[in-house]
Design a protein around this ligand. Structure first.
Ligand SMILES: Cc1ncc(COP(=O)(O)O)c(C=O)c1O
Length: 451
């Protein structure tokens, strides 16, 4: 355990951060006004401690990525052992932990998703999946298929290509967008863009909209559809049960590859090892990340089915891509140990069980607070839909500052959770207990009440 830093150390660390660090989605002048960044120095289970000695419950588990929880010394041991044996050697050759990892993944992943291209983060993994999808069509004699369908409001990463998926707000600084970005509706039963009154109606209308878009653009121009089985951005959007079977069938009929982004959903997050399993979905490509190593070290991957991967056999046919850190042996050793812990400690089952309790307690918030329009999710990927107008359920998707105020109220109670104005997404470590859930929901209850 790291002890609290003294006042001098703290202020010099904060000053250095304010001087030199460019933090995620944050402006340093604002951070300075708030007294400098919170500096986290240690973690155990679902809790982290900052440089002032204050302990926080990490409601979003890093970026919904610390599945095994903090402070697993077994992972540190695995890391050290691999570092002492071999710190690094690039692809082309390979290493034992990486071979063992991809072999293990091949046995865990749905269907014949068996060919693993390892990278260092979810954005890179999605870039890779899209490149594979486009190249797959070219190699099969359909060079016109380059468009990629994503769903409005989804997030698939921040790098120059994939940031355009989902058509998120605030991208205009980075224009122009690449060609071929096509946006389908989000199958959100809480506020169905196509007017579906029930989850079933919303699911079938939104799935049909995918087919309509493919037909409108011309099937021979569409390479892939990319989607999370359960959308993590915007508060854990679970589509009606009809959605995935319909979308799988539509993609098959039109030769469009289906890429499941399981960067958040994978490794137990939704109460199954992979969220695709909720609907027996076997995508053509799957991207995994975050929970693959529980964020102990950076690793992600694009995984292809045998049918897709086999198009790349033969020396003239290879998938051309090399990334210096892709498949790093130390990271692979960490991923293996992390998966061992997730399986051994029953974290997928805990995610399902505690997640069910969590959702039932969130329903209490819906009863008690008008601003809560809906609560939803599966396992420990959970969300709260916030409404600006309780009468109509209206939510104009605009900035109200509510999320910031809610975030601050939660911090007063030792809960770390960044809230949006329209939705709150939660993805705690999968080792949380019912008592932790009570602490979170009671804290939310108080914060919403005060606001
Ligand atoms: C669904 C999804 N896909 C991809 C990414 C990108 O992953 P990374 O931040 O590791 O690049 C994220 C990140 O939050 C994500 O939520």
């Amino acid at each position: 355990m790291v002890s609290a830093y003294d006042a001098n150390e703290q202020s010099s660390l904060k000053a250095a951060a304010l001087e030199n660090l460019w933090m995620h989605n944050t402006d340093w002048t604002q951070t300075a006004e708030e007294g400098g960044p919170t500096i986290i120095v240690s973690g155990q289970g679902a809790r982290v401690t900052d440089s002032e000695g204050r302990t926080w419950l990490d409601v979003h588990g890093g970026y919904a990525s610390v599945n095994a929880g903090y402070g697993r010394s077994e992972i540190a041991d695995a890391m050290l052992a691999q570092m002492q044996a071999l710190t690094y050697f690039p692809q082309g050759t390979t290493t034992e932990p990486l071979i063992r990892l991809v072999e293990k993944l091949g046995t865990m992943l749905p269907g014949d998703l068996e060919r693993v291209w390892p990278v260092t983060g979810g954005s890179e993994a999605n870039e890779t999946s899209i490149k594979i999808a486009r190249a797959y069509h070219k190699k099969r004699g359909e060079p016109g298929r380059y468009k990629v369908i994503s769903r409005k409001g989804s997030y698939h990463g921040a790098t120059a290509g994939v940031m355009w998926l989902g058509g998120g707000k605030g991208l205009s600084d980075y224009e122009p967008a690449p060609a071929g970005m096509v946006y389908a509706p989000q199958p959100n039963p809480s506020r169905c863009e196509l007017g579906g009154a029930t989850p079933t109606e919303c699911a079938s209308r939104c799935a049909q909209a995918v087919e309509d878009l493919i037909l409108f653009h011309g099937p021979k121009t569409v390479a892939a559809l990319i989607a999370e089985p359960i959308t993590s951005a915007g508060g854990a959007i679970v589509p009606g049960d009809e959605y995935w079977p319909m979308v799988r069938d539509i993609c098959d009929r039109h030769g469009v590859l289906l890429i499941a982004d399981e960067v958040v959903c994978g490794f137990g997050r939704t109460g199954k090892m992979f969220a695709s399993e909720h609907w027996d979905l076997v995508p053509d490509l799957m991207t995994i990340g975050k929970g693959l190593t529980s964020s102990y070290l950076p690793m992600a991957a694009s995984v292809a089915t045998t049918r897709v991967a086999d198009v790349f056999t033969g020396q003239d046919n290879i998938f051309r891509q090399a990334l210096t850190f892709g498949g790093h042996p130390v990271t692979a050793a960490v991923a293996l140990k992390n998966i061992e812990i997730i399986e051994r400690d029953g974290l997928v089952e805990n995610s399902a069980k505690v997640g069910e309790y969590f959702l039932s307690r969130l329903h209490e918030l819906k009863e008690r607070h008008d601003v809560v329009g809906d609560v939803r999710g599966k396992g420990l990927l959970l969300g709260i839909d916030l409404v600006a107008d309780a009468e109509t359920g209206g939510n104009e998707d605009k900035s109200t500052g509510f999320g910031k105020r809610l975030t601050a109220k939660l911090r007063e109670q030792g809960l770390l959770l960044k809230c949006g104005d329209n939705a709150v997404s939660m993805g705690p470590p999968l080792c949380i207990t019912r008592q932790d859930v009570d602490e979170i929901v009671d804290g939310l209850d108080r914060a919403l009440g005060e606001l």
